[in-house]
Design a protein around this ligand. Structure first.
Ligand SMILES: [Zn+2]
Length: 228
């Protein structure tokens, strides 16, 4: 199971690359790179402060809830996600691999202090380290940063072993996540894609559904027997 921004748009969270997405409004070079953060963390927190407020109010939708239910029922082994919004966790997903990090915590780049979301949200607009006073960095992967190695390794391992990789709400444009379907296909697994708009993998997928994540996953959960 692999999810991208498209599963969270139904929770009112803007995606990145669509016409109404975040990158249409904010230049990622100014707001989403590690160099931009190091050069002007106050400016980057204007962007994240706004996101934290949206994410604090957002609730998991039918898509997140259906996936958590399918995991509980034994249909899904794990959810690999590009999303940093915590909505899978809040919906009840347990085996979660967050390849782009999460807003669950922010860290101090000087002393290593780790501060939970609620505390950071309460310290906006410019959250500082409670120990040393340096401006915190959200624990999400910014452009120019390395992806979390353990999470990527786990994602590759899951994709290689999957009988079916179900991709929901990702256009599969961003590597290394875009390479996961190759792993599944190369090891004899199948691919299914639920996404509004096409992906580069549609021709190699056993099934493609051009529809919303919530309605599709809810229907899937209802159509499947209780347990495999
Ligand atoms: Zn510190």
């Amino acid at each position: 199971m692999l999810t991208g921004a498209g599963i969270s748009t139904e929770s009112g969270i803007p995606d990145f690359r669509s016409r109404t997405g975040l990158w249409a409004k904010y230049d990622p070079l100014e707001y989403a790179t590690i160099d931009a953060f190091l050069a002007d963390p106050v400016k980057v927190w204007e962007f994240y402060g706004n996101r934290f407020e949206v994410l604090a109010r957002a609730e998991p939708n039918d898509g997140h809830l259906a996936l958590a239910e399918l995991e509980e029922r034994g249909w899904i082994q794990a959810v690999i996600t590009q999303n940093i919004d915590r909505l899978h966790e809040r919906a009840g997903s347990r085996a979660l691999v967050e390849v782009h990090g999460s807003i669950r915590t922010s860290s101090c780049l000087d002393c290593g202090a780790v501060v939970p979301f609620d505390e950071v949200a309460g310290a906006l607009p410019v959250p500082r380290c409670p120990a040393c006073g340096r401006i915190l960095k959200p624990d999400v992967v910014m452009f120019g940063e390395l992806l979390p190695e353990a999470a990527i390794a786990r994602a590759m391992q899951l994709a290689a072993g999957a009988g079916l990789l179900l991709v929901v709400g990702s256009s599969l444009e961003v590597y290394p996540v875009a390479g996961l379907p190759v792993e599944t296909l190369a090891h004899g697994g199948s691919l299914a894609v639920v996404n509004r708009g096409g992906t580069g993998y549609d021709a190699r997928a056993a099934l493609t559904i051009d529809a919303g994540a919530g309605e599709t996953l809810r229907a899937l959960a209802e159509a499947l027997p209780a347990h495999p």
